[in-house]
Design a protein around this ligand. Structure first.
Ligand SMILES: Nc1nc2c(ncn2[C@@H]2O[C@H](COP(=O)(O)OP(=O)(O)OP(=O)(O)O)[C@@H](O)[C@H]2O)c(=O)[nH]1
Length: 399
């Protein structure tokens, strides 16, 4: 394993029923409708995946929102509706009750309007265009949850083309490719960075050596996404839907394949916490805020100096963590609050903590994982080590 990218092996923890603080969140996910975002570079197989999901026997009434209809032979075109405001342009109803529509603007309003007109769905799939950065839409969906929406974000599935993805990742942003298409290394990297599941599609077009190199390139960007392979995007529906990636599930790390590494600007940084160490929630909160909101390396109490603005601007696309925290954020609390395992989830500048029910002994490795561009890895590691040192001055902590 690369020493710069060392991540401890994680085993999933079994989280029990939600604690009261999260009751609303959890019970809401039972009545609200999950949304899965399907992203991936041009021609990777997103539409093929949507068609596959729609024609599988899953017993769900699914609404698919896409920018344009592809080759939808299995879909029977039934009607064209023009909408007020013109957001929903066209819809197709399938025999199994599934519904497809195209929208100019993949905004939540269009989806909610669709439900108002067409009744409830069990599931919503949202396909982004191949060149889109999924960050803003993920943020919008996540933010929308707070706004009493009928929808919640279940996860992001990124489809990659086994044959071409390495080429897209190697190109620098802003260049033009030989075929005249704009280079989109940034978009391709971001799409992988934001992924909870990556589907390496078109495996029929590559040999095993190439496939392992593609796996490695994806792993180097995002160590938390579960990687699957497919031909014609055929994958078990359960692998991509209802994954609850934004709930209180702790981060999972994929296995390192230790193959040839591409130098990429988007990477995963793992910041482990020694076993049994309880951290102050307010200190962790400040640390995360400084990184996400000020793009700076936090100075930590006891370690002199102001927060350090990184010479190269960096950006965190996704943050996940499992920590045991002492909640010291309520200044009026009379009783000391017992340490509690908490999951932290973040997308771009948004983040939130969820308490998880697990006895302290059953909590496996605790850590924070950052996936982002141009992360000042050594500085962030040193700052994190200083934060740990404040909590466990006697322990020798190697991060
Ligand atoms: N050989 C091969 N071709 C595939 C596979 N999956 C999809 N294709 C073909 O690749 C082309 C692009 O697939 P789409 O599903 O339209 O890709 P997309 O990501 O929706 O494309 P955009 O909407 O342009 O971004 C189509 O001609 C598919 O038939 C596969 O596993 N192997």
């Amino acid at each position: 394993m690369d020493s710069d990218n060392d991540c401890p092996e994680l085993v999933p923890i079994v989280t029990g029923p939600p604690v009261p603080e999260n009751e609303v969140y959890e019970s809401d996910t039972q009545t609200r409708i999950p949304v899965t975002l399907i992203t991936g570079f041009l021609g990777a197989g997103k539409t093929t995946l949507l068609n596959h999901i729609l024609t599988e026997e899953h017993g769900k009434r699914i609404a698919v929102i896409m920018n344009e209809f592809g080759d939808t032979r299995d879909i029977e075109k039934s009607l064209t509706v023009s909408q007020d405001g013109g957001q929903v342009e066209e819809w197709l109803e399938l025999r199994n009750g599934c519904l497809c529509c195209t929208v100019k603007d993949s905004g939540i309003k269009a989806v909610e309007e669709l439900m108002r007109r067409k009744g409830r769905f069990d599931y919503i799939l949202l396909e982004t265009t191949g060149l889109a950065d999924p960050g803003p839409i993920v943020t919008m969906l996540w933010q929308n949850e707070e706004l009493d929406s009928d929808l919640y974000l279940d996860g992001v599935v990124t489809v990659v083309d086994a044959k071409y993805i390495q080429g897209y990742l190697a190109e620098s942003s802003g260049d033009t490719r030989a075929d005249g298409q704009p280079a989109a290394a940034t978009e391709a990297q971001r799409q992988i960075a934001m992924a909870d599941r990556v589907l390496i599609n078109k495996v029929d077009l590559v040999d095993d050596t190439k496939l392992s190199a593609v796996r490695q390139a994806i792993y180097d960007i995002n160590k938390t996404a579960e990687i699957h392979t497919s031909e014609r995007s055929r994958i078990s529906v359960g692998a991509v839907l209802d994954i609850k990636a934004y709930s209180d599930a702790p981060p999972r790390l994929s296995e390192d394949t230790s193959g040839h590494r591409l130098a990429q600007s988007t990477t995963t940084l793992c910041l482990p916490v020694p076993e049994g160490l309880v951290l102050s929630r307010s200190a962790v909160d400040r640390w995360i805020r400084t990184v996400l909101w000020e793009y700076s390396v936090p100075a930590v109490a006891g370690h002199e100096g102001p927060d350090k603005v990184s010479p190269t601007p960096f950006q965190v696309y996704r943050l996940k963590g499992l920590l045991v925290l002492h909640d010291d954020t309520d200044a009026d609390a009379v009783e000391p609050v017992a340490p509690q395992p908490m999951v932290v989830q973040g997308v771009q500048e948004l983040y939130e903590f969820h308490a998880v029910v697990a006895s302290l002994d059953s909590v496996p490795s605790t850590l924070v994982v950052l996936i982002g561009k141009d992360l000042p890895q050594q500085d962030l590691k040193a700052s994190w080590a200083a934060l740990l040192q404040v909590h466990a001055p006697a322990a020798s902590i190697a991060v």
